[in-house]
Design a protein around this ligand. Structure first.
Ligand SMILES: O=C1O[C@H](COP(=O)(O)O)[C@@H](O)[C@H](O)[C@H]1O
Length: 269
């Protein structure tokens, strides 16, 4: 692995020869954060996305983590979900259930999936309400700067267009300041209806991990992590708007996703 501090945005870049090496380090990283949160707060709140990220979490289900992670202290959320039934192939919940949740002993009552039986508008409102209740009892922490929920870790994938969760380039949802969870009905990537965390929630997390593999992500990775000119339109690249206020941002990249990284951004390896 080579590692370097990101440029203008306070972040760490971890670059791996292969997705397999990335997955090994990602499992260790998540396990360490879990251990720290359980020690400090008695629980670990993690918000997941969909896509390729979930298969890259597979090593967490294997030794030693299957035994060493305190799974009973985990509370699982979704940073975004597609408006499809939970057994639909496009469901982020189904993906996570099949590849991760079915393999580790996380309590069912600690899994906060998004309602697939109501409209996206209602599902977003219901999800925000549920998170507000968990913030009140401090299962989910709270940001001191803006009263937003402070998840211990938000794991994000990124599309080749730079979208994160279901926040797409130039979409008005990128501007939301008060809402914690919102919905969209015009996703450029199918399915069109989705529910998503807003940027204030993502940027209030204690840790955000951005995971990207594959050459088709290389340009978006470069633009999201490089220093940009004053005229750069941030809303053209939502991944660039992920800038935790008090938390830490770590990029996990394979060598192909990192292939266009600005060399002037690379620090010690
Ligand atoms: O639609 C989505 O896409 C992104 C990226 O997916 P990937 O397969 O290109 O890694 C994902 O992070 C998001 O959760 C999902 O809904």
């Amino acid at each position: 692995m080579s590692s370097c501090g990101g440029p203008k945005i306070k972040s760490e870049l971890r670059v791996f020869e292969s997705p397999d090496e990335l997955a090994t380090d990602l499992a260790e990283y998540i396990s360490q954060l879990s251990e720290n949160s359980v020690k400090e707060r008695g629980c670990f709140t993690i918000a997941l996305s969909g896509g390729s990220l979930i298969s890259l979490m597979g090593k967490l289900c294997e030794a030693p983590y299957d035994k060493t992670v305190d799974w009973t202290k985990w509370f699982v959320f979704w940073a975004d979900e597609r408006a499809v039934a939970k057994n639909h192939i496009d469901s982020n919940y189904k993906l996570t259930k099949d590849l991760f949740l079915s393999k580790v002993p996380i309590l069912n009552s600690h899994v906060f999936s998004i309602n697939d039986n109501v409209t996206v508008e209602d599902a977003a409102a219901e999800y925000e309400f549920a998170i507000r209740q968990l913030v009140k009892i401090r299962t989910v922490g709270v940001s001191e700067s803006n009263d937003c929920p402070k998840f211990d870790l938000i794991l994000l994938g990124m599309g080749p267009d730079g979208h994160v969760a279901s926040l797409f380039p130039h979409h008005p949802a990128l501007e939301l300041k008060e809402e914690w969870v919102t919905y969209i009905t015009d996703s450029p990537k199918p399915p069109p209806e989705r529910i998503t965390f807003t940027l204030p929630v993502i940027n209030s997390a204690s840790s955000v991990a951005m995971v990207a593999v594959g050459e088709e992500k290389a340009m978006a990775v470069h633009l999201a992590t490089a220093g940009a000119g004053e005229n750069f339109d941030a809303s053209s690249l939502p991944a660039r708007m992920v800038q935790p206020t008090d938390g830490k941002l770590v990029w996990f990249l394979d060598s192909t996703a990192a292939s266009v990284l600005d060399v002037s951004n690379s620090g010690s390896g």
